[in-house]
Write a protein that binds this ligand. Structure first.
Ligand code: GLC
Ligand code: MG
Length: 267
């Protein structure tokens, strides 16, 4: 990343969520674009979102965000590399051979408290519901039903509303780790940013984390030495966090303790 003096030559990568992180305040998004033009040279850029690829691509275009090297969509179940023709087939094959959203339907659709999200929010590897103000008890019921039906899944709950069920191991953090390996970027040079529960896996892989100031409580409470909680909101929070890590990276190399690599677990 330009402006990183000592470590400028090492490959680096920024992985950021869109809604509530890089998007949400267009003035801040514009400042991120300028920041990226100055500092993002030679750094890989990845957007990781809960939305489907087509919807994400439209927002990236509308908000005039910098062109990414990859888009991780559907909360990590799909990865496309620029120029974004097809999803990476190997990624899906690696994880979810037996996955079927029909079985999720049988396990969960009758559960009171869950309301299916509209069809455009569903995908072959992600079944999504609204579960407003879900209690721990409801989430536990969901988990039990999936176990009873023999489904190996992750349950992601975000913003006190969105409940996603995806194959175990297919999350944003795992997708980012896959790309880091593919591009030979050390995890300490991967900077990740997010604002809600579906970003949680990004912070559990030994990357340098940034939680934006407007984050939902499930992330605002996250307290780890490898996660920086920004004061600023939306894209300004991403810039603040990147400046923090880049400054710290040159001033205090080796001081950051990283714990919990690969420790993510389904709920
Ligand atoms: C996006 C998706 C939605 C999902 C939510 C949280 O809003 O469209 O389906 O539930 O992200 O991951
Ligand atoms: Mg978000």
């Amino acid at each position: 990343m330009a402006g990183r003096s000592a470590s400028a030559q090492r490959p680096a990568m920024v992985v950021s969520d869109l809604d509530g992180t890089l998007l949400g305040d267009q003035f801040a998004t514009d400042r991120f674009r300028q920041w990226w033009r100055l500092h993002g040279v030679s750094c890989r850029l990845v957007y990781a979102t809960g939305r489907h690829y087509t919807s994400a691509a439209a927002s990236i275009r509308d908000a005039d965000l910098p062109a990414p090297d990859a888009i991780v969509s559907d909360v990590g179940t799909e990865i496309r590399l620029a120029p974004f023709a097809e999803p990476i087939a190997e990624w899906a094959e690696n994880w979810w051979g037996n996955w079927s959203t029909d079985s999720i339907h049988h396990a969960l659709d009758a559960l009171s408290g869950l309301e299916l999200q509209p069809p455009e929010c569903q995908s072959p590897y992600k079944k999504s519901y609204f579960a407003y103000q879900a209690t721990g008890k409801l989430l536990e019921q969901v988990r039990r039903r999936l176990v009873l039906h023999g489904i190996s899944a992750e349950i992601l709950y975000s913003s006190n509303r969105d409940l996603d069920v995806i194959p175990f191991g297919a999350n944003k953090g795992a997708a980012a780790a896959y790309l880091a390996t593919r591009w030979r970027v050390p995890r300490s040079s991967v900077f990740v940013a997010g604002d809600s529960g579906n970003d949680r896996s990004l912070f559990l892989k030994g990357f340098r984390g940034i939680v934006v100031g407007n984050a939902q409580p499930e992330l605002a409470r996250l307290c780890r030495p490898d996660v920086y909680q920004s004061e600023a909101s939306f894209a300004d929070g991403v810039i603040e966090g990147l400046n923090f890590w880049l400054h710290r990276g040159t001033q205090c190399r080796g001081e950051v303790v990283t714990t919990g690599v690969d420790e993510d677990r389904p709920i």
